[in-house]
Design a protein around this ligand. Structure first.
Ligand code: MD3
Ligand code: FE
Length: 201
């Protein structure tokens, strides 16, 4: 088997969610967005991120003048809606974690959205994996290693793909370079929705 993407702890399950299973997630996802509207986080430098976000679960990811952080409150001041059961089921089927995720982050990309290379390191326990579900248009995912200067590799993530990051991959630099418009009809011609699940505390 080819191992083009060989960072230890990176597991991709291409097409883990069937088209029917993907479509079944849309209603619970729309319910999250209705309760906790999408927003463009501000970078600490005061710019708007190009990805819109919202969350479900105890914690959501917010960013404002105080910087990036987990918060128990949406920018509106409300708590976040619960994580849908179908999404908890995916987590427990694949994560090997005994715990429930505490943050279900929704990242909505359109034609011009990017996510720069970064590490996810604001959680307490890096032994807990991060799980990602891709829906809608394909996105080119780029991943390096623990050190920002290491070489990076790119892989396309398509609708229905699930990725689990454990081991060394958990602290690897990663980002989304670009979106392939029209590559899925699930969310319309130019949207990609990524769901990430994390244990925070
Ligand atoms: C590798 N999201 O929300 S998901 C993020 O597609 C984030 O929206 C991207 O990076 C997205 O922080 C990538 C795949 C992913 C998620 C978490 C990771 C890759 C990861 C954590 C550690 C290493
Ligand atoms: Fe990340």
């Amino acid at each position: 088997m080819t191992d083009q993407f060989n960072v230890q702890g990176f597991t991709i399950l291409p097409g883990y969610l069937s088209p029917v299973a993907q479509a079944a997630l849309l209603e619970p996802l729309r319910n999250i967005i209705r309760a906790a509207p999408l927003y463009w986080p501000q970078t600490p430098g005061g710019r708007k991120m190009s990805v819109r976000m919202t969350s479900a679960g105890r914690f959501g990811w917010v960013s404002d003048r105080m910087g990036y952080r987990y918060s128990e409150h949406h920018p509106s001041g409300q708590t976040w809606p619960p994580i849908p059961d179908d999404i908890l089921t995916i987590w427990h089927s694949l994560s090997n974690s005994q715990r429930d995720p505490e943050c279900c982050l929704l990242n909505l990309y359109d034609a011009k959205s990017r996510m720069g290379l970064h590490q996810d390191k604001d959680e307490t326990d890096f032994h807990q994996p991060v799980l990602s579900i891709s829906l809608g248009c394909s996105g080119r995912f780029r991943m390096g290693q623990k050190d920002r200067k290491e070489r990076t590799q790119a892989i396309w993530l398509h609708s229905g793909d699930v990725v689990v990051m454990g081991g060394a991959a958990r602290l690897a630099y990663h980002g989304i370079d670009k979106i392939r418009l029209g590559s899925s009809q699930l969310l319309g011609q130019e949207q990609r929705l990524n769901i990430t699940l994390r244990v925070v505390t």
